[in-house]
Design a protein around this ligand. Sequence first.
Ligand code: HEM
Length: 338
Amino acid sequence: MGTWQEKIAPGEEELFERLARTLVEGRSGEGRTLHRYSQVGLEGRLVVPSGVAATHAHGLFAKPATYECYVRFSSGAGKSQSDRTTDVRGVAVKVVGVPGEKVIAPLAAAQTQDFLAILSSTFAIPDAETFVGIVQAAPGGPLKILRYLIGRVGFFGALRLVGALAKAQDKGKVSLAERTFFAPLPIRWGDHAAKMRFRPVDLPATPAVVAAGERGLTEALRARVRSSPLTFAVEAQLFVDEQRTPIEDGAVEWLESVSPFVEVARLEIAAQDPESARGQLLQSTCEAMSFDPWHALVEHRPLGSIMRARNAAYRVSTAARKATSELDVRPPSALTAG
Ligand code: HEM
């Protein structure tokens, strides 16, 4: 494995703070700035088995253990909209009961490690400023986005980006229980760097039918977890070299032929009823909490410029909506109503 490196631009911290404020001040109504609508919030377990390949057994995955966790599925928009409106879809996993040094100094005593993933294996937007520009232009529709991008990256750059953005949009026709979710930007993996994905391993013989209605995705996912467990293989792909597995350029796919995904854990979501009193408690708990890639062990520090911009963005957004402090997060088994 080669040696990974980050490129830190002078003055980027001030820029990221300013971008975070712009993003969060532009949010409509209460709640998350992005990924506001959640199909469901669930409890699960992260099981790190014995025998993880020595090359990949680092950080949280260094030794066998079972952790409780929260799992929140979401759509990317900064407002609640129909599941049939094309959008990014996400899954956020908060692993609880994780000892060890954390990257955010004031949260050093936090016992959590979060992983956030979407349906795309790449992140085509070149920098945080362009990301915020796209979010701001989005309510004006595709033409407004195109016009913004032409001004920012030129005509051909804009066409390329619009194509990549369109590919990242999901039409809401396949159940989220049957999709692979990727964390398309790298994190530290001990002394190495890696990208992760969550791959469903218990696909049904016939895909779930997703109704065409406003809440088709929501209903399909809830029906699935009501009737049977949902298991994802948690897999990691290691950095090889700057050319083929770049740290700073999320648009470049880390090919599996260059660096294969290797299983490091299973995310096991036992069958549960989201409409039960406990299911509702889990959902309200997930809504109030903050999922953030920077809620991380030092061994899993997010890497690259866009990840550093996210450090400011999630902090400012969760402060604006007064999310539960990371220091107050309790494991699902310790949750009680009221
Ligand atoms: C690899 C790229 C990205 C992925 C995989 C990703 C994923 C996610 C997910 C899954 C959520 C929902 C978290 C939850 O359920 O609570 C979320 C929320 C959010 N994302 Fe991202 N995101 C990415 C890039 C960005 C960037 C570049 C920014 C801004 C610079 C950003 C800003 C936010 C904000 C402000 C929230 C809401 C935070 C809150 O109030 O809890 N994201 N993201």
